[in-house]
Design a protein around this ligand. Structure first.
Ligand SMILES: Cc1cc2nc3c(=O)[nH]c(=O)nc-3n(C[C@H](O)[C@H](O)[C@H](O)COP(=O)(O)OP(=O)(O)OC[C@H]3O[C@@H](n4cnc5c(N)ncnc54)[C@H](O)[C@@H]3O)c2cc1C
Ligand SMILES: NC(=O)c1ccc[n+]([C@@H]2O[C@H](COP(=O)([O-])OP(=O)(O)OC[C@H]3O[C@@H](n4cnc5c(N)ncnc54)[C@H](O)[C@@H]3O)[C@@H](O)[C@H]2O)c1
Ligand code: SF4
Ligand code: FES
Length: 806
């Protein structure tokens, strides 16, 4: 006798609902006849990965979790593009917008959330949108082909990932945020400010403490007006200011909601046989907006519906990781300081790493990590298990990422411990595929199980599981550091290919080396442009479209959309005629602020884009390159010319160095300093190359940095004459140009290569002469970009004219 199957209907073909059904079918494949309705015209896909689609690192087809065949193979009836509009809880039926009525024995509501749209005037204009679905993503990608300036309202996880995506799509982007710290729901002030600085470095412009008042424009948006009366230009505005549970259908059917669909610990709603799971559900006063808790809910619901014994769902501890390449941010549990809590903090300004763990009653209750998130999953495990840390050395909690042997932490985990929260993959599953299928790398585990496919936060644990399962045969460092997710090639492989294959365009490199993403991204394109120029300085035609906005514009864009102009003042030494001219130009162009920079230059701030070329012409001074990955400034003291302690001509040497190396492209910005005696008034110890006059010669200090990662330079060498200084500086900078990774400051480069190695290179006469010859070639072809813009109507039209956006 065949047992009649019960009818299970799922409303919402999203991540939470389908995951629960998948789990249920594994437990009891034959108990239910399943029907799924989804409003979107797609099979179940990974919404998390939309950020990678937008950023150009994935394609829509790559983010499908369950293709149509999965539904067919599991005998599930799927109705995509069909919205359930009514539920009759007495008759136990649902009815769709296409008029289809289906009866149920059990009903799961998994209708997700709606993005919150700020109800301000103009919010209905063309070009104002949310960011939630594949469709939204497609519209954003299409818009980027036509429009050049976006605003994202909301500096939370979604807003920042959207903003990064826009940069990758070649748009300029402002993030408008209501308070003065971004991601304030996940980060403390220190981490938030570090994140902001890192994202500004990538090109995102932040407008903080801004209250949006009105969207301006005719049919299509042209800008966003704030309550303080200022306006920011944009032809695309994305609202990412939070979500609201989608409960319209449940409310209409009389199911209790406040504001989400209220569920008990078994995900039951107020209506009989009706369950809710995912973002639409409100459990113990919380509606979750991240997948890990939704999967935990789904696991309980599946067991409950399968009739398998299960404990209640008692709520989840949240953790998040921002999915923006180049920044590592993790936040978990209760990260804020509150009564009864104590925190352990490490803030290593040398490496840009910040870690904070919050402890209450000898238990870790929260953590924030910036710059190094490898310990995130381990700390989450300690938070979940309420590990007593009273016997532990407190700073070791933060510094020991392996807990005494890579595999020791994971060895203690149970088989059903979730390793990848985003994709609900357990330790047991990962260990069996490693064993059964002979997997040896994190990437293979990812492809096989989806663990680490989304936010990437679980990669260190997956790696530990490989070590635990494979023992000594696991090579943790086998995974190589690629330029970005668009390629499997490392920096060195790419540079070698450029040299050996004679590649000469950014696109050619991407084609020949089989880039996964035809357009590349904002990480690889500027890097390729730099490497090509470094390899063939005399023949390579710079691809300005592959440069970051400030380098394209040859001025630094400011938070209000104006620019800053810093003319070259060699060695920081000027004269009355030059100063008068600068003053007159500042008056002529109504420059609101003139400021001395840390590098002894004058910065004219608040210049309108359309005034830039006229201002440069009036100044009649070269560009100070204050915006570029290039030589910025040579700071000098007055030296022996005026100072009674001085033993060397600091000003003379500084001016000569700046004249020699101005306009030189380097992997990251380069700052030099020359001091006339060891009192070191020009702060030579914290410069990329710092020169100090000493008895009988000059000392050269390499790899210093006074910025985010403070580092004191290492003594590179001591030379006798001013001519030696030029020669050693040439060799040092050229070696940095040839071996530095794009974006890597000399402080990191010296640390990576080791000062002894660099010293060996520059002190070897033959190598030094060769490096100098290659440097001379690179210097022989540089041109002043301001002069080029003054002389070219085309450049002025393309870059500096104000275009009416519509
Ligand atoms: C760009 C982006 C990036 C994200 N990144 C992360 C991340 O890194 N980590 C993380 O944990 N979370 C992330 N999230 C959040 C995560 O995607 C959501 O928490 C998760 O998708 C919610 O799942 P859900 O099933 O509850 O809702 P959804 O995935 O929204 O699914 C609900 C589905 O139900 C459909 N539906 C609604 N009403 C009806 C109806 N009446 N009839 C039929 N169908 C209906 C909707 O169209 C939708 O397809 C991200 C979200 C976005 C938008
Ligand atoms: N990496 C991830 O884990 C990830 C990525 C994307 C989205 N998500 C999830 O998707 C959901 C939506 O993300 P979200 O970032 O929109 O929500 P959110 O609620 O996390 O953040 C919204 C942000 O917008 C700000 N804000 C609110 N009103 C504003 C206003 N009028 N002007 C300017 N700023 C304003 C808030 O201060 C807050 O920081 C969340 O549940 C989020 O957790 C997660
Ligand atoms: S570094 Fe020496 S020479 Fe230069 S200003 Fe200071 S004391 Fe004078
Ligand atoms: S925890 Fe996010 S991908 Fe694994």
């Amino acid at each position: 006798m065949t047992v009649k199957k019960e009818k299970l209907v799922l409303v919402g073909n999203g991540m939470a609902g389908v995951n629960a059904v998948e789990h249920l079918l594994k437990l009891t494949p034959d108990k239910y006849e399943v029907t799924i309705f989804g409003s979107e015209p797609h099979p179940n896909y990974n919404r998390i990965l939309l950020s990678y689609v937008l950023a150009g690192d994935s394609k829509v087809e790559d983010i499908v979790i369950h293709p149509y065949e999965w539904y067919a193979n599991n005998h599930i009836t799927l109705h995509t593009n069909q919205t359930i509009t009514d539920i009759d809880t007495a008759a136990q039926t649902v009815t769709s917008d296409k008029g289809l009525t289906v009866s149920y024995d059990k009903l799961i509501l998994a209708t997700g959330s709606n993005p919150f749209m700020i109800p301000m005037p103009g919010a209905d204009k063309e070009g104002v949108m949310a960011y939630r679905t594949i469709r939204d993503c497609e519209i954003m990608i299409e818009s980027a082909k036509k429009y050049k300036k976006a605003i994202v309202i909301g500096g939370g996880l979604l807003g920042l990932e959207a903003a990064r995506g826009f940069l990758n799509l070649g748009m300029k982007v402002d993030v408008v945020h209501i308070v003065d710290t971004i991601m304030e729901r996940q980060l403390d002030r220190t981490a938030s400010k570090m994140l902001q600085a890192a994202l500004e470095e990538q090109g995102i412009n932040f407008l903080l403490e801004k209250q949006s008042a009105e969207i301006v424009g005719d049919k299509r948006v042209t800008g966003l007006k704030f309550k303080d009366g200022t306006v920011a230009e944009a032809n695309l505005i994305v609202m990412a200011v939070g979500i609201r549970p989608n409960v319209e259908l449940a409310k209409k059917a009389g199911v209790e909601c406040n504001p989400g669909i209220i569920v008990n610990d078994y995900l039951q709603t107020s209506a009989p046989n009706v369950y809710a799971v995912g973002e639409c559900a409100m459990h113990r006063g919380i509606a979750y907006g991240l997948v890990a808790p939704l999967y935990e809910q789904g696991a309980v619901l599946a067991k409950h519906l399968a009739g398998v014994e299960t404990g209640p769902y008692e709520g989840s501890i949240l953790y998040t990781k921002l999915k923006v390449s180049g920044v590592d941010v993790f936040s978990g549990g209760q990260f804020g300081d509150a009564e009864g809590t104590k925190a352990i903090r490490i803030h290593d300004e040398f490496t840009g790493v910040y870690k904070k763990v919050v402890i209450k009653d000898n238990k870790i209750i929260g953590a924030v990590l910036f710059g190094d998130t490898a310990d995130g999953t381990r700390l989450m495990q300690m938070i979940r298990e309420e590990t007593d840390v009273s016997g532990l050395e407190k700073t070791a909690i933060l510094t020991d990422s392996s807990g005494g042997g890579a595999a020791s932490g994971v060895a203690d985990m149970k088989d059903d411990a979730i390793i990848c929260g985003c994709n609900g993959v357990t330790k047991g599953t990962i260990c069996s595929v490693i064993k059964d299928q002979g997997l040896t790398t994190v990437d293979e585990v990812k492809n096989c199980t989806t663990a680490s496919r989304s936010c990437g936060g679980c990669k260190p644990l997956v790696s530990d599981l490989l070590a635990f399962t494979l023992g000594a045969s696991y090579d943790k460092n086998a995974a190589k550091e690629t330029i970005c997710a668009c390629t499997d090639h490392t920096r060195d492989e790419v540079v070698t290919a450029i040299r050996e294959k004679g590649l000469s365009h950014v696109r050619e490199v991407m084609n020949v080396l089989g880039w996964k993403n035809d357009e590349g991204c904002s990480k690889c394109r500027p890097a390729l442009n730099y490497y090509l120029g470094m390899v063939s300085p005399d023949t390579y035609k710079d691809d300005s479209t592959s440069r970051f906005v400030n380098e394209r514009m040859h001025a630094n864009i400011q938070k209000d959309g104006t620019y800053s102009v810093v003319p070259r003042i060699y060695g920081g030494v000027t004269n009355p005629t030059e100063l008068k001219r600068i003053a007159e130009v500042a008056e002529q162009f109504n420059v609101p602020t003139v400021k001395f920079t840390g590098g002894q230059r004058l910065d004219l701030l608040g210049v309108k884009k359309e005034d830039l070329t006229a201002m440069w012409e009036a100044l009649d001074m070269p560009s100070g390159y204050a915006y570029g990955k290039a030589l910025r400034t040579v700071k000098t003291c007055v030296g022996e010319t005026f100072c009674r302690f001085g033993t060397g001509d600091a000003m003379g040497v500084g001016i000569e160095l700046e004249k020699r190396f101005e306009r030189l492209n380097t992997p990251a910005k380069v700052k030099l300093a020359v001091s006339g005696c060891p009192r070191n008034c020009a702060e030579s110890g914290i410069k990329d190359l710092g020169i100090v006059s000493v008895d009988g010669g000059w000392e050269l200090y390499a790899g210093g940095n006074g910025g985010v990662k403070v580092r004191v330079g290492d003594l590179l060498t001591t030379v006798k004459t001013e001519q030696d200084i030029i020669e050693y500086t040439e060799a040092y900078l050229q070696y940095y140009r040839e071996t530095g990774k794009y974006g890597e400051r000399t402080s990191e480069w010296v640390h990576r290569l080791g000062i002894e190695h660099i010293r060996d290179v520059v002190e070897n006469e033959e190598e030094r002469k060769q490096l100098c010859a290659r440097m001379d070639l690179a210097l022989s072809v540089t041109k002043d970009p301001w002069k080029q813009a003054i002389d070219s109507k085309k450049i002025q039209r393309d870059l500096y004219e104000v275009v009416e956006l519509n």
